[in-house]
Design a binder for this molecule. Structure first.
Ligand code: SF4
Ligand code: SF3
Length: 542
């Protein structure tokens, strides 16, 4: 075995990628990512055991977020960028080490930078499989994957200027705990729920950051066709990158389109003023291979999900920024004020042809909590009269597996008196089906990115209040969630923390859950997988 990674839903054979990632991650990148995670654990141990004041190390806090984010599935394939981050973090560790006594700490704080070969050797000893007990390993990884998702959301909030010290403190506490051999499985289960608690906090922080800067998402019809101008495609999740790109392309004759998870940016009032912000091109991340060919213009990745390009022609048009990276593609960095210079993309766009039309028409979204609560009377009335029987939360991710056709079929087969609440790129499985509306309420309500899953929780809590229910599980809401990467893990942990039971998770249960840990989740929270569309609909509607 040359590497081991089982953090995403597409992991090889459902158990782990051992030679090369199904995502395209090679052995070297996988190992360097393991080492980077290990260094973040070492720093956390220093902070926790050394009782370092977290509010006095803000730069370190932010670098921890970036380090975690860089290891999320499909975010960064650039081994040089990951190596650079490891070296940076080892220096951070050494500086912190001067403030406290190192001898209270684990091996993670004592190894040297060394050459690439030495780093890879070290990485082989500290990866996922270094924890021998499979249940402890499973719980540690569940926590770490939750932290990766949390870090992504916290970094987006930070980019908008919102931070919460208690979130940083928790990240250190949890990372450090994954090195602690004295913790029992029960301790780790408790820490998993605490990770969910901080997941809610982080998503609330991001929601506040987004809405205070860009306004509350509102019902919006998004064009999925094209215009005849050269254009830039922006993918990923970071709204500050989008804002800067729109500012810099304004009046240049270059249009901007969103791809994948950037689609919901159209729902924010602040971006509606840009005449060159044309629409959304294409579908979920995994369809980029074909869609980037026909787009023709430069593509900016602000975060995951990158699919390694198949042609050199497409690769030459890819740029990355933030935590994302791909070898050979220019990486745009921010100056000390957070400003990024996208002039290279704009100049390239001008030399290339306009996007080729692959679809026409529009799709409707913008049903984040504020918008849905504004429609609350209408929604409550529809539930009371029986016009709406049930809501189905179908948030989460999309992916390549054929078994995900289940979600399209499930959406198509749902009775006409049901409404889908969605967020994340999972929506692309059913947001173009034309499922109609119930008395003016669309049957697919898109709250936004996976980041905005928080909105779905706020909506559920609001309905609980309106219907004067004791328990969130008494609402006519079913959860049939599709997952792929680690942001979905933090969303799941957040829902568990909020007390949501009987979540169905697919298309497969995580490979990183050991049989015993899976049993705890099934017995305590009623977590279940998916079956056939027909059986599941019968079960949910019963
Ligand atoms: Fe495999 Fe997923 Fe890890 Fe990539 S991220 S190496 S596909 S488990
Ligand atoms: Fe999608 Fe990668 Fe999860 Fe943000 S873009 S939801 S998979």
């Amino acid at each position: 075995m040359s590497m081991f990674c089982y953090q995403c839903q597409e992991t090889a054979k459902g158990t782990g990628c051992e030679i090369k990632g199904v995502c395209g991650k090679n052995e070297e990148v996988a190992k360097l990512q393991d080492l980077l995670i290990y260094v973040t654990k070492g720093i956390s141990e220093l902070v926790v055991k050394g009782k370092i004041d977290v509010s006095g190390i803000m730069e370190t806090n932010r670098e921890i977020l970036t380090s975690l984010f860089m290891t999320i599935t499909n975010a960064n394939f650039d081994e040089n960028a990951i190596e650079k981050q490891i070296i940076k973090m080892i220096h951070v560790r050494d500086d912190l080490g001067k403030k406290v006594s190192l001898d209270v700490c684990h091996d993670s704080v004592s190894f040297e930078v060394g050459s690439r070969v030495q780093m890879l050797e070290k990485a082989s000893q500290v990866g996922v499989l270094a924890t021998e007990n499979e249940d402890v390993r499973s719980l540690r990884e569940l926590i770490i994957y939750g932290l990766k998702g949390m870090a992504a959301y916290a970094e987006h909030a930070y980019n908008i200027g919102k931070e919460d010290i208690s979130i940083y403190s928790f990240v250190y506490e949890a990372l450090s705990a994954t090195l602690d051999d004295t913790l029992s499985a029960n301790d780790l289960v408790a820490l998993t729920l605490k990770t969910g608690e901080y997941g809610v906090k982080t998503m609330a922080l991001l929601d506040e950051a987004n809405t205070s800067k860009y306004g509350n998402p509102e019902i919006t019809s998004v064009n999925i066709g094209v215009r005849n101008n050269p254009a830039i495609l922006i993918s990923g999740h970071d709204l500050t990158d989008l804002e800067q790109l729109l500012e810099q392309t304004k009046g240049t004759g270059v249009d901007v389109y969103t791809h994948g998870e950037m689609l919901p940016a159209h729902y924010y009032p602040a971006f509606k003023k840009y005449e060159n912000f044309v629409g959304n091109y294409g579908n979920a991340w995994w369809k980029q291979v074909g869609e980037f060919e026909t787009f023709h213009g430069p593509i900016l990745f602000t975060t995951n999900c990158i699919v390694p390009p198949k042609s050199e022609e497409v690769q030459k048009r890819i740029f990355t920024t933030g935590a994302s990276g791909f070898p050979g593609c220019p990486h745009i960095i921010a100056d000390e004020k957070g400003k990024k210079d996208f002039s290279e993309l704009i100049a390239m766009a001008k030399t290339l042809s306009a996007p080729e039309e692959i679809e026409t028409g529009s799709i409707v979204g913008g049903f984040a909590h504020n918008q849905v609560i504004a429609l609350a009377d209408k929604v409550v009335e529809a539930v009371k009269t029986g016009a709406i029987k049930k809501f189905f939360v179908m948030a989460g991710c999309d992916g390549r597996m054929k078994s995900r056709e289940y979600y399209t079929e499930f959406a198509k087969s749902l009775p006409g008196d049901t409404v889908i609440l969605t967020a994340g790129c999972a929506k692309f499985r059913y947001n173009k089906l034309g499922l109609g509306d119930i008395g003016g309420i669309p049957r697919v309500l898109d709250a936004g990115q996976c980041n905005d899953s928080y909105s779905l929780a706020v909506i559920a809590l609001k309905l609980k209040e309106v219907f004067e229910l004791e328990d969130i599980n008494d609402l006519p809401i079913e959860f049939n969630i599709a997952w792929y990467e680690q942001k979905a893990v933090i969303v799941l942990l957040a829902l568990l923390y909020l007390g949501v039971k009987n979540i169905h998770l697919g298309p497969t249960l995580p490979g990183f859950l050991s049989p015993n840990v899976a049993k705890v989740l099934i017995d305590t929270f009623g977590i279940a997988g998916i079956g056939t569309v027909e059986d599941d609909i019968k079960l949910f509607m019963a």
